[in-house]
Design a protein around this ligand. Structure first.
Ligand code: CS2
Length: 488
């Protein structure tokens, strides 16, 4: 068996797959919260390339809020892990050496607080998924949440992300450790503004004066993009074949990546532009482009895929009618719904996105993309509907995605299989479905009543409801598969 990746085995790794920096030599400057695959395959790669090109003390200390396994795996490998680029042309891999530490918040609960109070740390990045922010998806307001309240009271180590940030930033202000940027790398609208709103609301709820926060903490918005499925035994074996060593923390993704960053860092940042990131004053147009024309389409394909037994997004793409429906979703509903970044054609962007989804080497599971729909639909689909309705249009394809989500939420696939609902609002969604009359109108009425997902104005909009009910009626009569195959 191959030896495990680590400082001692690095010489076995082919030269072109070795880190761009000397592992263990880049002093910590960034704390990253959320050690899932996405961070390792995205910001960690950009940061290593930036440091290799332009220097700087920007080593990353990764913090896993819940899991301990990823931290144990990284520590066993001297904080090294590989990132593979996978396409029909084959696999290339590179080991990343930019990590300066890895901590499990559940095992070492005060670590984040101490790190945020350290003047060497000048940037905090977050990949904690939409639900990690504890914000109401429809309004963006901080949720009433007993775990968060306990974190804010401070009578035990913090467990929630806003709680950790609150306690860490208060400790930083007391230590006079200087300004810092808190940077959301998650897929939701105005992620910078929502993050600063989350921090302000946490300070207010705790009765903490926020003068230091306002003067010292900036929350630049970002748009992050790279398809990074969950790692599997097969993906780890493919990485080992390229590297010549075993890597239990290996991640893989498509070759494509993009990062658009608002340039507002009060204590400096890595030269991410040297790694291809786009620095801007306003990430908003990029964010809308990506959330609507990539993630909205992705969610649509995930729900129809799950309902028709397609395991991966690439499988769903090949299902008759799906690519056509998604192209029309982009052209007829999404493109007219907002002003894209200068020089960008939304339709062309949508076409290249569909090509990325078709990559057969990326086994992105439909069930993974389908999860947390309550948190995803608002910015991915409902904002498109809101903007098209404001213009007097009837967004039929966006309604298709909502109907597919509702059918998925109902919990039964086309072939009668029961579907599991993985969503922080699963209990509320299940209760609404259970109370609904067994008709398309009944299902739509019950689910539109979930105010954490659907704004009241949209729930009361008969045009939207009719569009959704029409699709649900077709699904009932013909099944999802035949409905899509028959779109004209
Ligand atoms: C996906 C995203 O899981 C999901 O919901 O839509 O993770 C998607 O792969 C990325 O945002 C691509 O950048």
């Amino acid at each position: 068996m191959n030896p495990l990746l680590g400082l001692g085995s690095l010489r076995r790794v082919p030269t072109e797959s070795r880190p761009l920096v000397r592992p263990g030599t880049v002093p910590a400057g960034i704390v990253h919260i959320g050690l899932g695959a996405f961070h390792r395959a995205h910001q960690a790669v950009y940061t290593e390339e930036a440091v290799a090109a332009a220097g700087g003390d920007w080593g990353i200390v990764g913090v896993a809020p819940r899991s301990t396994a990823v931290v144990a795996a990284l520590q066993a490998q001297d904080l090294l892990f590989s990132v593979s680029d996978v396409s029909a042309a084959g696999t290339t891999a590179r080991v990343i050496g930019a990590f300066a530490g890895a901590r499990a918040a559940s095992a070492d609960p005060d670590a984040v607080v101490a790190l945020l109070a350290d003047p060497a740390i000048r940037v905090v990045t977050l990949c904690v998924t939409e639900k990690g922010y504890r914000l109401d998806p429809a309004t963006g307001r901080l949720l009433d949440d007993p775990a968060l309240d306990a974190d804010l009271r401070g009578d035990r180590p913090p467990t929630t992300v806003p709680g950790m940030l609150f306690r860490g930033l208060v400790a930083r202000s007391r230590a006079d450790a200087g300004p810092i940027a808190v940077v959301s790398c998650d897929n939701f609208s105005a992620n910078g503004r929502r993050t600063s709103g989350m921090l302000e609301a946490a300070f207010a709820r705790a009765g903490q004066d926020d003068a230091w926060l306002r003067a010292n903490v900036r929350c630049p918005g970002t748009m992050v993009d790279r398809i990074v499925p969950a790692s599997t035994d097969a993906s780890r074996a493919a990485a080992a074949a390229v590297l010549g060593v075993r890597d239990e923390a290996a991640v893989y993704g498509e070759p494509y990546r993009q990062w658009v960053i608002e340039d507002d860092y009060p204590a400096g940042r890595p030269a991410w532009e040297a790694a291809g990131a786009v620095l801007t004053d306003d990430a908003g147009p990029w964010e809308r482009l990506k959330l609507r024309a990539l993630n909205g389409v992705h969610s649509g394909m995930a729900y129809v895929g799950v309902l028709t037994g397609r395991a991966t997004i690439a499988d769903a793409y090949r299902m008759p009618g799906v690519a056509d429906a998604m192209r029309r979703f982009v052209a007829e509903d999404i493109a007219p719904s907002f002003t894209p970044p200068d020089g960008v054609s939304v339709v062309d962007y949508g076409d290249s996105t569909l090509e990325r989804f078709a990559n057969p080497a990326i086994a992105h599971r439909t069930i993974q993309v389908a999860m947390d729909g309550s948190q995803k639909l608002p910015q991915r689909v409902l904002e498109t509907i809101r903007d098209r309705r404001a213009a007097g249009a009837a967004p039929r394809w966006a309604a298709l995605v909502v109907a597919a989500w509702m059918r998925y939420a109902r919990g039964v696939a086309d072939d009668g299989r029961a579907l599991d609902l993985d969503d922080p609002l699963a209990a509320e969604i299940r209760a609404a479905v259970a109370a609904a009359p067994p008709t398309p109108e009944g299902l739509a009425g019950a689910l539109f009543g979930l105010t954490a997902i659907f704004p009241a104005e949209m729930a009361a909009d008969e045009t939207v409801r009719d569009l959704v009910v029409d699709w649900l009626t077709d699904f009932d009569k013909h099944g999802v598969e035949a409905t899509l195959a028959g779109i004209g």
